[in-house]
Write a protein that binds this ligand. Structure first.
Ligand code: CA
Length: 228
């Protein structure tokens, strides 16, 4: 999943970006409200972690703007403001959850997993499933026909993006955005290489090429779920 981190404290932002990358999120970090809005308008994010006290445009204003544009983005508020009033304001503006600073990283991870699940209503646990293709997003494990499949971080992210919308055609650019943050170099054939590996590890027709458009997950090739 791709996550936008909005935090003006450089030390905290840096540490959080690293910690979240360690949880297999693709993380882009911005330090102002305006750059947060610009990022959200330019690209797709699955989650946002938002500080409220930001220079210039306040976090609350950013959340209000996101909601007024009806972007379906789960937002977790991070704030040192511990007054009830500020928390209420943040949630009323359209935040989905909040954590008070200082916080425990494990609690942040758990809350983000919960928000990610909410985004995908069909999922009961930290699991994305299509037929016999299963991804456990909490433990970063994959299986196919009940056998574990070992995936690289990017293979996992790519399959996660496709599995979240089975059958939908994704353009190459959309898929690359779910795999790489800004400043990460994308080699021109990297996506094809990841897709090639996924086809070998699962089945050749699991990921279909739609000529001139992009790629889609083929539900039929994911196999029949047994005993369900
Ligand atoms: Ca701040």
């Amino acid at each position: 999943m791709r996550l936008l981190l909005v935090e003006d404290d450089v030390m905290l932002g840096k540490n959080l970006q690293q910690a979240l990358q360690g949880q297999n999120y693709v993380v882009d970090w911005v330090q102002t409200g305006l750059s947060a809005l610009a990022a959200l308008q330019a690209e797709h994010f699955d989650l946002a972690v938002m500080d409220l006290g930001l220079p210039g445009l306040d976090g609350i204003r950013v959340i209000e703007e996101v909601r007024s544009q009806q972007l379906p983005l789960p937002i977790l508020i991070l704030t040192a403001r511990d007054s009830v009033q500020d928390r209420v304001k943040g949630l009323d503006a359209g935040g989905d959850d909040y954590l008070l600073k200082p916080f425990d990283l494990n609690e942040l991870f758990a809350r983000l997993r919960a928000l990610g699940r909410r985004n995908n209503a069909a999922v009961a646990v930290n699991e994305i499933r299509c037929g016999t293709v299963v991804l456990d997003t909490a433990h970063h494990q994959a299986s196919y026909q009940n056998q574990p499949v070992s995936l690289s971080r990017r293979e996992f992210l790519l399959l996660e993006a496709l599995l979240n919308r089975p059958g939908q055609v994704f353009t190459r650019q959309q898929l690359e955005q779910s795999l790489y943050g800004w400043g990460e170099e994308v080699e021109s054939n990297a996506l094809e290489v990841h897709i090639h590996h996924l086809r070998k590890k699962f089945s050749n027709d699991l990921i279909q090429t739609v000529r001139g458009v992009g790629y889609r997950l083929n539900k039929e090739a994911a196999g029949q779920e047994s005993g369900a």
